[in-house]
Write a protein that binds this ligand. Structure first.
Ligand code: ZN
Length: 365
């Protein structure tokens, strides 16, 4: 049983699966396409609704818990077993109000302290963090316009506000580490830092901390797995730079990292074959839905188009250069000033290289 302190407790008597929450990968954001009280009544009083959410917000800033988080709410079909849900009052196309951003941040911060959900935006059902309904695609009911692009664009702000809440100890619970040590991750230049991060770049940070005299929390190491000792040493380093509060929580920011290492490391660039992507663009649209020709290369291009805001996340990792990807790539070409047959969604070397420069891949023949 888990109820969020700070949320108004008005649990509904139906439209959920008791004890059905199998795990918590994160919190999924929805838009109601309706009013707060109307949605409350629909979930509460109508067995035919077959719908619910763990939490709901009103545009004025109420936060209500409808379903205990031990129970499975019915909000996102195939995503119900492993993700919690929050509905938000508004219509499709709306942005959330600032009060709603705060309530979503509080709910996310609570999932962080209660379930160890990382404070980051998730963009696929395989991720963890703050997700959104459309990212689940057809397996999650195919709600591609929930919560809408304006709200999706606000997710990073919700995460930022949740970090402030957690950093100030205001989330109504202890950190998962039980010791107040921050346990969230950040991605800088394609590399992940913070608790649980792994790689040579983590070892390099540890060695640089030791070299600066900020290694006293290591019992062993430094090594390639980021643990609490790394966070504590990094916090000492941040304080030595004069940072305080949430800025000295031991999770790197770009500025402190650059000062520590003298440079900002980046993940090795991926390689995309122009010939492969061209073959896929010519084959997949005419083949069966989801047909893959060179999935690995296509996925890199799709991810870049998604990051540009040109391709919905639900399509961004299918590895199929189908009509949706053609349309998204055509939008990229138009954004570069191409028109007519130069903006037909079939990649050319110049447009693909431009995309790679922004999104960390190189183009091979
Ligand atoms: Zn939804």
């Amino acid at each position: 049983m888990a109820r969020m302190p700070g949320a108004e407790q008005r649990l509904i008597p139906r439209n959920f699966t008791a004890d059905g929450q199998e795990s918590v990968r994160g919190l999924v954001v929805h838009i109601m396409d309706g009013s707060f009280e109307g949605t409350d009544s629909w979930f509460r009083n109508h067995p035919e609704a077959q719908a619910s959410a763990h939490f709901g917000t009103s545009r004025a800033g109420a936060l209500r818990q409808w379903v205990d988080t031990a129970d499975r709410a019915w909000a996102q079909a195939g995503g119900n077993r492993t993700w919690l849900s929050i509905e938000n009052e508004g219509k499709g196309g709306d942005s959330l109000t600032s009060a709603q951003l705060d309530r979503n941040a509080e709910a996310l911060a609570w999932t962080h302290t209660r379930y160890g959900v990382p404070l980051q935006v998730a963009d696929s059902p395989n991720g963890r963090g703050l997700g959104y309904h459309a990212m689940g695609g057809s397996n999650w009911g195919g709600h591609t316009s929930c919560p809408g692009t304006h709200v999706v664009a606000q997710l990073a702000e919700i995460v930022a506000r949740a970090k402030k809440i957690v950093g100030s100890g205001g989330a109504g619970g202890s950190q998962p580490s039980g010791s107040g040590i921050a346990r969230y991750q950040v991605t800088i230049n394609g590399l992940v830092y913070g608790y649980g991060a792994h790689g040579d770049h983590v070892t390099k940070v540890g060695e640089a901390l030791v070299a600066r005299g900020c290694g006293k929390h290591y019992r062993q190491g430094p090594g390639p797995d980021w643990g609490d000792a790394d966070t504590e040493n990094y916090a000492d380093y941040q304080r030595s730079l004069g940072y305080s509060g949430a800025d000295s929580d031991g999770v790197p920011g770009e500025a402190s990292l650059r000062r520590l290492l003298g440079t900002l490391p980046s993940a090795p660039a991926k390689r995309v074959s122009l010939a492969y992507v061209l073959a896929a663009a010519r084959t997949d649209p005419g083949a069966a839905q989801g047909h893959q020709t060179h999935a690995a290369d296509v996925r890199i291009v799709e991810a870049a188009l998604k990051d540009e805001g040109l391709l919905a996340a639900a399509y961004a990792s299918d590895g199929s250069y189908g009509t949706t990807t053609i349309a998204a790539y055509a939008r990229w070409q138009r954004s570069l000033g191409y028109s007519g047959s130069d903006a037909d969604g079939i990649p050319g070397r110049v447009s693909l290289t431009q995309l790679g420069k922004k999104h960390h891949f190189t183009v091979a023949a």
